[in-house]
Design a protein around this ligand. Structure first.
Ligand code: KIV
Ligand code: ZN
Length: 522
């Protein structure tokens, strides 16, 4: 057994968040410009060291998002992804230019599978591309990360040559991804140990882990990498990412917190914001969090069996290795009612991780009072849904003004008024069910070709007066946009979520069509 390491002497692992880049590559996940900005603010507040904000060459939207995030984030490093091509690197440098701390993350595949079938390049040609790309990036930015895509299936000797060349060319961070999620923890740790041992200039760089979850080992592999010498971990909120996803940020952060004594490492992320970040990412992507998901699942701190409940009542340490409030799940869940004042409301939001400006706070308070009129008990989850809903709405071109739905055995119809660029327009429509009728009415007022790819409802809290949280995903010409809304009325929430998705779709169109060939090209 290794000796315990005191909190003060633990080394720090750099937390690199890729929710907006690898996470957004999850099939069906997409975030609007404003949502990305909001998420960047949450990540910065959490203390995330590096925010990978996008892949600037992939689309104008990605470029604009990386640039806007570079303008507002001051504490975290803002990073953009670039292939080993001059055009990618230059575009990335342009996007991160406003950042106080900017990073270019350039990558090329090094494994024989990728060299032969995707790149059609020899080892020497890949090596040459490594030197050229890192040199170019380094001339444009002082902070360059280089990734050996599919490192875990790369011949070790060739990997050592590439890493040495990248460091010589000026890369400060070397990322060795398990791109296909194939490694076992011991193998992945050994790869880091061997690279650090065999690459003569390894001491001039920080090594980074980037794990995919195809075998459910992404977090275990990332922790093993730290034990093998990695000092940066790349991860995403809720573990979203290509295919089975990336290592989940919340799991990495809590593994470092709970087992820091054994590992000897910690991160500077404040876990109090974890629940909020998780819910926000789930709402804007429309990806639900599985009930038994570690740290952020609905059941992560729920004790059902009699034996467990008995133990918990006697002492929480019997079955809990961390406290729900450590990760921002309110200790007392029953919170506010219609008599609660503005001060208590602000304090409660602070405890939930929201520090709103005066205008946003006033608006949220008005909405809270409306909600408290409809609902006897307003729970933490209701408040989170309410504030996130307001943030998701942002500056929308289309807004729901009025909705009346008739439903029942005699048929369903909807009467709807929307404000489109501040001009009110109304329509009536019927449908196969009330939701269909509402969506048909939206179609009448705002004709569009987008197909509905996801419609999902979940209750924010228990009880029949619970708010409904609705997610809608639309797709038009390869462009995907997600919308979310919460309301005590499920049909109003559905209308607002659909309209939110349409607003996001239209703003994506204005910002440029994503080049899906590039976005999925690795
Ligand atoms: O999984 C991977 O290899 C990547 C790289 C682009 C870092 O996402
Ligand atoms: Zn990846």
């Amino acid at each position: 057994m290794t000796a315990p390491v005191s909190a003060a002497s633990r080394d720090r692992v750099i937390i690199f968040d890729t929710t907006m880049r690898d996470g957004e590559q999850s099939p069906g996940a997409s975030m609007s410009h404003d949502e990305k900005l909001e998420l960047a603010k949450i990540l910065e507040e959490m203390g995330v060291d590096v925010i990978e904000a996008g892949f600037p060459i992939a689309s104008n939207g990605d470029f604009e998002a990386v640039r806007a995030i570079s303008q507002i984030v001051t504490e975290s490093t803002v990073c953009g992804l670039a292939r080993a091509a001059a055009v990618d690197i230059d575009r990335c440098a342009e996007a991160i230019k406003p950042a106080k701390r900017g990073r270019i993350h350039t990558f090329i595949s090094t494994s024989p599978q990728h060299r032969d079938y995707i790149l059609k390049l020899s080892q020497d040609e890949v090596l040459e591309a490594v030197v050229q790309s890192v040199t170019r990036a380094r001339n444009l930015c002082g902070d360059v990360e280089w990734s050996a895509q599919d490192a875990t299936r790369t011949e070790p000797d060739f990997l050592y040559r590439c890493v040495e060349a990248a460091i010589n060319a000026g890369a400060r961070t070397i990322n060795l991804p398990d791109t296909v999620g194939y490694s076992f923890p011991e193998e992945y740790a050994a790869m880091f140990r061997n690279v650090i041992l065999n690459v003569p200039n390894a001491d001039k760089a920080i090594f980074s882990a980037h794990c995919h979850n195809d075998l459910g080992l992404a977090v275990a592999n990332s922790i093993a990498a730290v034990q093998g010498g990695a000092r940066q971990v790349e991860c995403a909120i809720n573990g979203i990412g290509e295919r089975a996803g990336n290592a989940a940020l919340e799991e990495i952060v809590m593994a470092l917190k709970v087992r820091g004594e054994t590992l000897g490492f910690d991160s500077q992320v404040d876990p109090i914001h974890i629940t909020r970040a998780s819910r926000y990412v789930s709402a804007i992507t429309g990806f639900p969090v599985q009930f038994n998901k570690a740290i952020v699942g609905k059941n992560a701190f729920a004790h059902e069996s009699g034996i467990h409940q008995d133990g918990m009542l006697k002492n929480a340490e019997t079955y809990e290795i961390m406290r729900p409030e450590d990760v921002g799940q309110g200790a007392t869940n029953l919170v506010m009612g219609k008599h609660s004042g503005r001060h208590a409301f602000r304090e409660k939001l602070k405890a939930l991780g929201y520090d709103l400006g005066q205008n946003a706070l006033n608006e949220a308070f008005v909405r809270f009072k409306e909600l408290a009129d409809k609902k006897k008990h307003v729970f933490d989850d209701d408040l989170i849904a309410l504030v996130d809903d307001a943030l998701a709405r942002g500056s929308e071109r289309i807004r729901v003004v009025h909705l009346r739905v008739v439903a029942g055995t005699e048929g369903q119809s909807a009467e709807l008024t929307l404000a489109v660029d501040d001009v009110e327009k109304s329509a009536q429509a019927s449908g196969d069910g009330p939701v269909d009728a509402v969506f048909n009415a939206i179609h009448e007022i705002v004709p569009h070709k987008a197909a509905l790819r996801l419609f999902q409802v979940h209750a924010v809290t228990e009880g029949t007066d619970a708010q409904a949280q609705v997610s809608v995903r639309l797709e038009e010409d390869g462009r995907i946009a997600t919308g979310a809304a919460a309301d005590t009325d499920t049909l109003t929430a559905s209308a607002k979520a659909y309209v939110n998705a349409l607003n996001n779709l239209f703003s994506r169109k204005e910002k440029g069509k994503p080049d899906t060939a590039i976005a999925s090209g690795f």
